[in-house]
Design a protein around this ligand. Structure first.
Ligand SMILES: *Cc1c(COP(=O)(O)O)cnc(C)c1O
Length: 462
């Protein structure tokens, strides 16, 4: 498998190349040059999540890692999940299922990728005897997942940028109470998009990023997306869904990484009817689906902070496909976005998108009602992000279809919001109660790349 940049500046790269650089030097995102085709029927006999992950991920990595080594890395990573099924399901109405993606150590779907990326980095680093400095922009969950995964590594430092006052108190505790010598939580006086822009500017500066051995693990890094393809396959296989049934997935969406993984699943042969883009008030994607115009607006702070994002970075990967994989046209569109803060696609492109995707925006009042109703009706607590997925699914999908809603986080991570809706407090397990009594240690910076560069320079390892 070879990779290229959506903007044409780089091509013929290996998995290892793109894992380490994360973002192409021309500002584009890496994509595989073809979609591996998977015989979905042959996969149906696999019932273990780890085994399925191996079959789906291996074609994307190719000879870079031996299959037997990859198997061990995957087995170890998913052994850290609290349920040995890894992904569990909760049926609400008859054909309405929550796909519980929060059984990992930090209670959000980000663990699926992060618990594996870090050991894969370690695997490569052990062959080369060098160290790595990871930089992460987070709206809360990616950062906690990265810090948890990196904590045990002797080869990796992590510099984690989170937006001040825009993450939940649980997420903040998860990032600021781990205290490793290799852990640098950094609060930035800005939004998630500011954090992500700093990360992008550092990655594009190849002189700096190579001198300080920097890599990034936001969902702009292809490998993140790749690991998330697996649970779309697993969902259909584990629920024994036959091919003549109509299947929809509703995905609470911010940076367009998780739902794009479902799109890749379709490209690989997975029979999904519709992918529902479920957004909060930060609705750039919902507006795009309805108008064919992709235009940046400022960020609104909501009770689903992991989706408080102005620009959906991974959308560039879909755009590339919409432009028939023309790196030239993709670059033109992205330049237009930079200059005018918007671009439009043609009616044909818009129709292509709507064949696969539908979208709905759910507001905070609706979120509160959905959490409350779900609790009263099914005695089941959902988090605000999952509520957005559920709301969108109910408004768009037929109830006779098989509707899966990605449960992206455990409700305890957003207990402030959830408790108001269910009317009582939630219980913390012992480990997390202990975390809450620990002192928060973190850096606090202005919204500028300079201080971030300085802390890396002062603390990096080679
Ligand atoms: C990251 C996150 C999302 C959004 O996922 P994207 O890949 O950015 O679209 C949704 N819900 C939760 C809980 C998250 O942590």
């Amino acid at each position: 498998m070879k990779y290229l940049s959506t903007r044409g500046g780089e091509k013929n790269l290996t998995f290892k190349d793109i894992l380490f650089s994360g973002l192409a030097s021309d500002g584009g995102l890496y994509v595989p040059d073809e979609w591996p085709q998977i015989d979905y029927n042959a996969l149906k006999k696999i019932d273990s999540y780890a085994e399925l992950a191996l079959e789906i991920i291996y074609p994307f990595i190719g000879e870079d890692i031996k299959k037997i080594e990859l198997k061990e890395l995957i087995d170890n990573a998913y052994a850290k999940f609290s349920d040995n099924k890894i992904v569990t399901f909760k049926n609400l109405k008859q054909k309405e299922h929550i796909v519980e993606l929060f059984n990992g150590p930090t209670l959000a779907f980000k663990d699926f990728a992060m618990q594996l990326i870090v050991p894969i980095f370690d695997h490569y680093l052990s062959q080369e005897d060098k160290k790595l400095n990871l930089i992460v922009a987070t709206s809360g969950d990616t950062g906690s997942a990265a810090i948890n995964a990196v904590h045990q590594s002797s080869k990796i430092n992590v510099f984690c940028l989170f937006p001040k006052g825009r993450i939940s108190s649980f997420q903040k505790k998860q990032m600021t109470t781990v205290y490793g010598e290799n852990i640098f939580p950094i609060e930035l006086d800005g939004t998630f998009d500011d954090c992500q822009n700093i990360v992008k500017s550092i990655l594009i500066d190849r002189e700096f990023s190579e001198e300080f051995s920097i890599a990034a693990v936001n969902s702009i890094n292809w490998s993140r997306v790749m690991f998330q393809i697996v649970y779309y396959f697993y969902t259909l296989i584990d629920n024994k869904i036959s091919e003549n049934e109509i299947i929809n997935f509703s995905v609470p969406t911010g940076n367009f990484g998780d739902i794009y993984a479902g799109y890749v699943g379709i490209k690989m042969g997975l029979p999904i009817n519709k992918l529902v883009i479920a957004t909060n008030e930060n609705d750039i994607l919902d507006r795009f689906i309805n108008s064919g115009n992709y235009s940046i607006e400022s960020v609104t702070k909501t009770t689903s902070p992991s989706m408080d994002i102005a620009i959906a970075s991974n959308f560039e990967r879909l755009l590339f496909d919409l432009c028939d994989k023309s790196t030239l046209i993709t670059s033109e569109k992205m330049n237009e976005l930079k200059k005018n803060r918007s671009f439009s696609v043609t009616n044909e492109q818009s129709d292509l998108v709507k064949k696969i995707f539908s979208s709905k925006r759910i507001n905070q009042k609706e979120v509160n009602d959905l959490i409350k109703e779900t609790y009263n009706e099914f005695n089941y607590i959902i988090d605000p992000h999952t509520a957005i997925g559920l709301g969108a699914s109910r408004l768009l999908n037929k109830k006779d279809d098989n509707n899966f809603i990605l449960g992206t986080a455990h409700p305890i991570k957003f207990s402030d919001t959830v408790e108001k809706s269910i009317g009582h407090s939630m219980e913390l397990s012992n480990d997390f109660a202990k975390m809450f009594s620990n002192e928060e240690k973190f850096y606090s910076f202005k919204n500028s790349a300079e201080e971030v560069r300085k802390i890396i320079k002062d603390n990096y390892s080679k």
